[in-house]
Design a protein around this ligand. Sequence first.
Ligand SMILES: Cc1cc2nc3c(=O)[nH]c(=O)nc-3n(C[C@H](O)[C@H](O)[C@H](O)COP(=O)(O)OP(=O)(O)OC[C@H]3O[C@@H](n4cnc5c(N)ncnc54)[C@H](O)[C@@H]3O)c2cc1C
Length: 420
Amino acid sequence: MTSAAPKTDICVDVAIAGAGLIGGTLAVALARHGIKTAVIDRLDPAAMLEGSFDGRASAITASSQTLLAAIGLWPHLADVAEPIREIRVSDGAAPLFLHYDHALLGDTPLGFMAENRHYRLAVARAMAELPGHLTVVSGRAVTGMSDGPDQISLALDDGQQVRARLAVAAEGRDSKLRELAGIGLTGWSYSQTAIVATIGHARPHDGIAHERFLPAGPFAILPLPDDRGVHRSSLVWTERTDAAPGYLALDGTRFLAEIAERVGGFLGELSLIGPRFSYPLGLQFAARYGRGRMVLAGDAAHGIHPIAGQGLNLGLRDVAALTEIIADAHGLGLDLAHPEGLARYERWRRADNLMMAGVTDVLNRLFSNDIAPVRLARDLGLAAINRIVPLKKFFMRHAMGTVGDLPRLMRAPRTGTARG
Ligand SMILES: Cc1cc2nc3c(=O)[nH]c(=O)nc-3n(C[C@H](O)[C@H](O)[C@H](O)COP(=O)(O)OP(=O)(O)OC[C@H]3O[C@@H](n4cnc5c(N)ncnc54)[C@H](O)[C@@H]3O)c2cc1C
């Protein structure tokens, strides 16, 4: 890894705008394949690693974990990731309706929970192992783009230029490159806000993730590794956007009482660990996945509801597909932005991402209400899935991300090991 001298043009094979979880992972994947890569983020890495920057933890599916192992990122994350052994889904206070147990499919966990701050640190450590192939530019925003017949040039806010064969827009939902390329967006707000907090609890969670459908939206209790003897879980509490500020403003005791009411007593006495965070929820998808020598990946291309914990995982599929296409072109000495390759990327990823955006949208609409006939229909549906074993296995494999047209890096034999 090298630090760029200010104002000197940088020339690489691939320039990535945005070093979030997706841009960072893509940079590691490409550099591991010997592709000269630059990744630019407007934020300073130290700010992104602060505990107060992003309080979320992400569910990482089995196929995403395969990718992270294949590119050497997983060894930096394995010790702080918690295997998900079971998922229990219930509708409000109703008894258990849907139960996924990993043992039904073998001994592999359904996925892993990792705190985003740990994921960012793992990316930074994996980047540090890649001298010579990776240039990291921090604290600089991408503000301009000029696309030519042989190369694309990104302008940074200090006047520096980054020239590449291909540019990837990974700057999240408000992508500047997407805007500069004139690519339109479709989407809507859910009028819901996710309140995120970490709790400590007296009893162990046993690797079980719980999702409860409450009238304002899903309430998820997600298992985290113990920290210094404290059992911990991450909460994603969805509320109506007009009600969320009231909850966020409660003092610690009353906030914890609201949480305890929703969690119930099965984890024993609860405590709050660290600050609370909030994220407005909405759906958006880009009209196309690229133009000229620029392609979109991650939330820049698709932002979905976190109801199924799949937004990052879809982005990681983009990473694996893009890496495969770029590495193949590189190996054959082709232009990294050759139109057939980029068209294949769009066909491959857009359909999959759109399908998941649709599924999460329908699930959220179906479950975030208390209308009696709708409730009866959805509970019958959940109960049916729970009883019909082949159907249940089908949904479990989808939750694990092991079905569909998987890129090679997600099919590779798993080399990473996880605790437990
Ligand atoms: C409450 C909640 C819970 C979630 N839980 C899960 C889960 O369990 N599992 C899952 O799969 N997904 C989950 N998601 C979704 C997941 O968090 C996102 O899909 C993922 O973080 C998107 O990553 P990204 O790198 O594409 O974008 P971002 O994380 O938005 O990163 C974009 C980066 O680009 C940088 N940037 C922006 N503009 C510029 C610019 N002009 N120049 C340079 N840099 C720029 C930013 O500083 C940032 O670092 C959840 C989402 C929410 C809201």
